[in-house]
Design a protein around this ligand. Structure first.
Ligand code: GH3
Ligand code: MG
Ligand code: MG
Length: 458
């Protein structure tokens, strides 16, 4: 898919010029002549990267950038500020507004395409995460995009790879005001430390005495343990070709010596922010995947997971002619717990109930909360007799000790009824075994509760 570049400038000839250059490189180009139009194009999700003119009447580029970077739906879009002059103060203002990079007019084509390509590549990774995070929002997880967008980029963990003591001293002094900085002069050692530590950003000197810093950048970007850390190169102005090469390899940004203190702080902050932004999205994707198969109250598997796993376990045991048993457990008179002690007390009982069931089962058993106060346990390679023993052990363990509620302030007695069944040779599917276990449970309830009933083996 070709990337969509939004060019924002109030002067139509500037827009046309950039549009022509980018189109020739096969980018899709959208244009806006003012900030408000640019914002709505981004909010509609129609831009992968924004080239933003600073000087515009009405809303200037800084304000547009600030709004993009604080919007939950637009914060992830890379913004390159385009300034008329190489004004250090403008650059700082832009970085403070959250801009990802700068280009100075007149635009140098090589720099333009290198920056646009590297930011587009970065964004395609973020997009993938964003889509999954959005799916998790539908599952009811706290809004991961808003959380990610509110990241400040301060208090980062920074690894500085530099072997010149005077440079180290200066950079460390500047960064330490806002971040925790560690220094490593040996690049091999730096790679090991980056892989082991929880760094947000690694600053790599391209002028190390005995090692090519670019190689380290490339290793950092390809190693599983370090590839999510942002990489910032430190280089000389005449080292332009290597810096561009570094960006191609996947380094995120660079600083030209002599390094301006404020630009250093702003760029590091942007990098830390971006790293954590993707990290938060990644975490939310991870938890949404767990959430899809876990019950949040008890930490047991949920019904969805049970439904898919049970039929697999059933087919496997049939194929290998092994035994398979299951228990259906239901807390007795649980409604009464809720009614007498409150819903929260009911939840406390359910958590403790789940813990006791788990404690009586093996790692290979599948334990799932089917909803309400009902738990199902599937026991591979287990005969009906052995399953009965497990059920009886659970029943005793529930009855033996009262359950603590109201944060340990009170203890109440709880009992459980359990139906047990095992796979029969004639069963067409797990549903038939499940039905027998359910019927046995029903009989246990009817017979007075707090008991285990076993369905006939054949
Ligand atoms: P029986 O001995 O026949 O099983 O009686 P019971 O009261 O346990 O059965 P019933 O199915 O009538 O009641 C189950 C109750 O469980 C009803 C519902 O309010 C409650 N419940 C379901 N899910 C939860 C939950 O997540 N938390 C709490 N606290 N209560 C729940
Ligand atoms: Mg302008
Ligand atoms: Mg019940």
């Amino acid at each position: 898919m070709s990337a969509r570049v939004l060019v924002v400038d109030d002067i139509i000839t500037n827009v046309k010029l950039l549009e022509a250059k980018l189109s020739a490189e096969y980018f899709d180009v959208a244009t806006a002549l003012n900030g408000l139009d640019a914002l709505s194009i981004c909010e509609r999700g129609e831009a992968d990267i924004v080239l933003l003119d600073v000087m515009m009447p009405g809303m200037d580029g800084f304000e547009v950038c600030r709004r993009l970077k604080s919007g939950a739906t637009t914060a992830h879009i890379p913004v390159v500020m385009v300034t008329a002059l190489d004004q250090p103060s403008d650059r700082l203002k832009g970085l403070d507004a959250g801009a990802d990079d700068f280009l100075t007019k007149p635009l140098d084509d090589t720099a333009l395409f290198a920056r646009v390509r590297s930011l587009v590549r970065l964004k395609s990774v973020t997009d993938e995460l964003r889509n999954r995070a959005l799916a998790s929002r539908r599952l009811g997880i706290a809004d991961p995009l808003a959380a990610a967008a509110s990241e400040t980029g301060l208090n980062g963990r920074i690894l500085l790879v530099e072997d010149r003591p005077t440079v180290v001293e200066r950079l460390q002094a500047a960064l330490s005001a806002f971040h925790a900085v560690e220094v490593e002069a040996d690049p091999q050692q730096a790679l090991v430390r980056a892989a082991e530590g929880e760094f947000d950003s690694v600053l790599v000197s391209l002028d190390l005495k005995s090692y090519d810093g670019l190689r380290l950048c490339s290793q950092l970007r390809s190693l599983e343990r370090t590839r999510n850390i942002s990489v910032l190169m430190l280089g000389e102005a005449e080292d332009r070709a290597r810096i561009l090469r570094g960006l191609e390899i996947g380094a995120h940004d660079f600083l030209i010596r002599p390094i301006d203190r404020n630009e250093l702080l702003a760029r590091v902050r942007t990098q830390v922010r971006r790293k954590r932004f993707t990290e938060k999205l990644r975490d939310s994707v991870q938890s949404s995947m767990e959430m899809a198969v876990m019950d949040q109250l008890t930490g047991l598997h949920n019904r969805r997971f049970m439904d898919s796993r049970l039929s697999v376990m059933f087919d496997e045991s049939a194929l290998r002619a092994r035994s398979l048993a299951m228990l259906v457990l239901d807390v007795d008179r649980f409604k009464l717990v809720n009614d007498s002690w409150g819903h929260d007390a009911g939840d406390e009982v359910l958590r403790e109930f789940a813990d006791r069931v788990r404690a009586c089962t093996r790692g290979i058993d599948l334990v799932a909360r089917m909803g309400g106060e009902e738990i199902v346990v599937v026991l591979p390679d287990t005969t009906l007799e052995a399953a009965y023993a497990v059920a009886e052990r659970i029943r005793e363990r529930v009855e033996a000790e009262a359950f603590a509620i109201h944060s340990n302030a009170r203890q109440i007695p709880v009992t459980v009824s359990i139906g047990v069944a095992s796979r029969r040779a004639g069963d067409a599917s797990s549903a038939e075994m499940m039905k027998r276990a359910d019927d046995a449970l029903y009989r246990a309830k009817a017979a007075g509760r707090n008991r285990v009933i076993v369905a006939n083996a054949a």
